[in-house]
Design a protein around this ligand. Structure first.
Ligand SMILES: Cc1cc2nc3c(=O)[nH]c(=O)nc-3n(C[C@H](O)[C@H](O)[C@H](O)COP(=O)(O)OP(=O)(O)OC[C@H]3O[C@@H](n4cnc5c(N)ncnc54)[C@H](O)[C@@H]3O)c2cc1C
Length: 481
């Protein structure tokens, strides 16, 4: 949903007025009766994991309230609808694994699925810093790639604790925190690396990331999907699912949109949790037995949640990437080919230097180009402003046009739509993994009546986050009610 400028300013004015009037105590006498909401579970964050978990809890007879800071559910699901034809273009989540939880969740909302791997456009490489064409020096064959993925999976499968979470052996074997580049050399899996890198922007410097951070995304399901194909909604509109979930949750007063927790009290005992929430219709007091946090647990985002010393220490270890997507018109770029960033001088793989645009690809709508842009891993939750990213993208297109006048038409490109997905791909450094970060993280589950789900726990993969939420988190929440 896109707010017009007028409605945005009205909302900001309203929320400022509400902010100054938001009670700072949990005293029920400070709230009107209608503003006190009692539920079994309060879910914070209505992205992929939060929406899934809320519906699953509801289906199991539990009362929920989802508190989502944006004006819609869906998180990284972004779909652009062409105003002329209604054609959808998914820019965020696009594909899912062919697993039961995915098929059941879509079926529940009456959304048919089919095979979705229309990554058709042929690809050429340019150095986006100069606009010059780059010759790929390392171009493995399909057979070499398949063999490298098989060798990768042989190592991955030694860690069964990764099948539904990030449960590592103790002590953590060095193999799991060594730089991924060393692991690549050790097992001679170079042929899988270009596919791994370009498939997942926002991974940062793939070769220096610790192995476990690569394993968390490149699961056996993900590698299997590359070979056997993925699923998507027949409509090619991923946001449909979240819109239907939102409508259902709204109809049972189970969601507060454009709302944020301003204060939380999380007890250990039976008294549950209390939240003061700022909403567009005034402050609410939420009294719930359990809290389920389903947004990126960056230290700065968790400030209102009354963190314990252990939580503060753990969450301040996270680094993450900036990941941005958009649709451009009048780009002068081709409609039948994607243009990807590369650097002739950077290792045998010629990966690009970041931050930078990753690639431009034709969308389903002729004349509209999809762009992805990424930074490396950083401690900043929001590493670049949207304006800086957009300006860098436009300048990149201009460089490509200037350097290749025979290939790209000189134009004045314009953004049709733009979304920031920062912070993306939360991960920790090798020394933290060695010191048992993930063991300590998982020990937080259930403490102070608080449970956690989302990409920081399992990896950036909606299908597997639904599986993790369904099979591990939701049962734990229910067991404690
Ligand atoms: C461009 C892009 C493409 C992708 N493509 C795919 C794909 O094809 N298939 C796939 O499986 N995965 C894909 N992913 C990864 C997938 O989107 C994520 O792994 C998944 O969305 C993570 O879910 P989550 O619930 O952890 O977080 P999110 O979906 O990000 O949800 C977090 C939610 O919490 C909200 N929030 C944040 N802070 C607060 C707060 N303080 N209070 C209340 N609400 C808050 C946010 O607004 C958001 O709605 C893609 C990601 C991106 C960025």
């Amino acid at each position: 949903m896109h707010l017009s400028f007028r409605s945005l300013s009205a909302w900001l004015l309203a929320s400022t007025a509400v902010a100054s009037a938001t009670p700072s105590s949990f005293n029920v006498a400070d709230f009107k009766a209608d503003d006190i909401i009692k539920r079994d579970v309060a879910v914070i964050g209505g992205g992929s994991s939060g929406t899934y978990s809320a519906i699953s809890l509801k289906d199991k007879g539990k009362s929920v309230i989802v508190i989502e800071k944006k004006g819609r559910l869906g998180g990284h699901a972004n779909t652009y609808l062409d105003p002329a034809t209604g054609t959808p273009v998914d820019m965020g989540i696009i594909v899912f694994h062919n697993i039961t939880v995915v098929k059941d969740f879509h079926k529940r909302f009456d959304i048919p699925m089919n095979r979705a791997d229309e990554f058709l456009a042929s690809e050429s490489f340019y150095d986006f810093r100069t606009g010059k064409a780059v010759t790929q020096t390392f171009t493995p064959s399909g057979e070499e790639m398949a063999a490298a993925f098989a060798a990768y999976l042989e190592q991955y499968s030694k860690y069964p604790g990764l099948s539904n979470g990030t449960i590592l052996p103790s002590p953590v074997p060095e193999e799991l925190y060594m730089p991924f580049g060393k692991f690549v050399e050790k097992y001679a899996i170079q042929a899988a690396i270009p596919a791994m890198y370009y498939f997942n922007p926002g991974v940062g410097d793939i070769l220096s990331n610790p192995v476990i951070e690569q394993f968390r995304y490149w699961s056996s399901h993900m590698a299997g999907g590359v070979v056997a194909g993925f699923l998507g909604p027949v409509s090619r509109n991923v946001s449909d699912l979240f819109a239907r979930a939102e409508a259902e949750l709204s109809s049972s007063s189970s969601v507060l949109l454009s709302s944020e927790v301003v204060r939380a009290h999380r007890s250990e005992g039976k008294s549950g949790i209390k939240l003061v929430v700022r909403t567009p219709s005034g402050p609410k007091l939420i009294l719930a037995k359990k809290l389920l946090i389903a947004f990126p647990p960056k230290h700065d985002f968790l400030a209102p949640f009354d963190l314990s010393a252990t939580e503060k220490t753990l969450f301040s270890k996270y680094i993450s990437a900036g990941y941005y997507v958009g649709i451009l018109k009048n780009s002068g770029l081709p409609n039948d080919e994607s243009i990807s960033n590369a650097a002739q001088d950077n290792t045998e793989f010629t990966f690009p230097h970041l931050p930078a645009a990753y690639s431009f690809a034709p969308s389903q709508i002729p004349g509209l180009q999809l762009v992805t842009y990424a930074t490396g891993q950083t401690t900043k939750s929001l590493p670049l402003s949207d304006e800086a990213v957009k300006a860098d993208i436009i300048n990149t297109i201009k460089r490509l046009q200037k350097q290749n006048p025979d290939k790209f038409t000189p134009t004045e490109p314009e953004f049709v739509v733009f979304h920031s997905h920062a912070p993306y791909n939360l991960q920790v450094r090798a020394k933290d993994i060695k010191n048992g970060f993930y063991d300590k993280l998982y020990k937080l589950q259930g403490q102070r009546n608080t449970h956690w789900t989302g990409a920081a726990w399992k990896g950036e993969d909606s299908s597997l986050l639904w599986k993790y939420s369904e099979e591990i988190v939701v049962p734990q929440v229910i067991a404690g009610l």
